[in-house]
Design a protein around this ligand. Structure first.
Ligand code: ASP
Length: 316
């Protein structure tokens, strides 16, 4: 919460140093590469790389990596310990996409299941559908062998009670979004979130919507989003980032153009965090945000980096 308040007060503007770092963050095409959103992405990247080094696929790695964040009770915007809706119920959104086949699966408003990203993968593999929601998604998860669990931690229950007693709307949200490229060039993406804290019951954000919260086509690359999902949805954010890369636009410029689209759509959007992270098929990455503070976690072999993203001013 404090971070959001701080960010709102920060001046907007392109961070030159961050752009320079971004350009340095290239990879050779034959090493596995894992990128993900926010500082909690670093541990998730490690989990994904472990799976790749044991011979797992890019999709296995992305799902395993995202599950690290889902299992962390300290992470209040993803999975177990994620902040609940305004009724005090945790509702989770997640998605996976296979960059080789464009197969995808997702769940929205899933209650009582700790690993929605793993359920999303089962939707992709075991059903003819892409997206299952609410009670249907929960029943599908239980039939698929997932355990019913309480996802509210003592800390998240306390935070919800505080929010209720104060009644002040506070912006609190994040998503773990990850793009993986294995050594053979296969790509996959996955994401998971508890969405906006204190959201209306039934609210669904960008994360489980293919082409909005994540998109991956290894002929071009993959992208994931974080921030206010309503704004990502309005511009089909990650699909647009990937399509710009397909047209030959550099990933950092592809991200910048889409962030600009968010900012130019409505003047108020300068005060809302929306960020994208892109990985092109050749290993080039791009990332950027409407506001300072977004970080990209990058894991390449033994090398792990946390990079400060540039933010872009409206019209800039
Ligand atoms: N995009 C997520 C949502 O709107 C939240 C976030 O990533 O900050 O559900």
């Amino acid at each position: 919460m404090e971070r959001r308040a701080f960010l709102r007060n920060c001046a907007l503007g392109l961070t030159g140093a961050a752009l320079a770092t971004q350009r340095r963050a290239r990879a050779s095409t034959d090493e596995p590469l894992v990128v993900s959103t926010w500082s909690f992405g670093a541990a998730a990247n490690d989990g994904a790389l472990r799976v790749l080094s044991q011979g797992g696929s890019a999709l296995d790695a992305a799902v395993a990596g995202v599950q690290v964040a889902e299992a962390d009770p300290e992470n209040t915007s993803v999975g177990y310990g994620g902040y609940p809706n305004r009724e005090g119920v945790v509702e989770l959104d997640a998605a996976v996409m296979d960059g080789a086949t464009l197969q995808a699966g997702s769940v929205a408003g899933l209650r009582g299941i700790k690993h929605p990203v793993a359920v999303a993968r089962r939707v992709m593999l075991d059903t003819p559908h892409v997206l299952l929601v609410g009670e249907g998604a929960r029943r599908f998860a239980l039939r698929s062998g997932f355990k019913k669990e309480s996802l509210l931690t003592p800390a998240s229950r306390r935070a919800w009670k505080q929010w209720k007693s104060r009644g002040v709307p506070v912006e609190d949200h994040d998503t773990i979004g990850m793009v993986v490229r294995s050594a053979d060039g296969t790509m996959a993406a996955a994401c998971s979130t508890s969405g906006l804290a204190w959201k209306l019951a039934g609210r669904v954000g960008d994360s489980p919507l293919i082409g909005h919260g994540l998109y991956c086509d290894q002929k071009a690359g993959g992208a994931v989003a974080t921030g206010v999902g309503e704004e990502v949805i309005k511009i089909a954010g990650t699909y647009q980032v990937v399509e710009f890369m397909r047209q030959g636009i550099e990933p950092d410029e592809a991200v910048r153009r889409v962030v600009r689209r968010v900012l130019d759509r409505a003047p108020d959007n300068a005060g809302k965090l929306v960020a994208f992270l892109a990985l092109r098929a050749d290993g080039e990455i791009g990332y950027g945000s409407t506001m300072p503070g977004f970080q990209a976690a990058v894991r390449r072999g033994a090398n792990s980096e946390l990079l400060d993203a540039p933010s872009f001013a409206p019209g800039g």
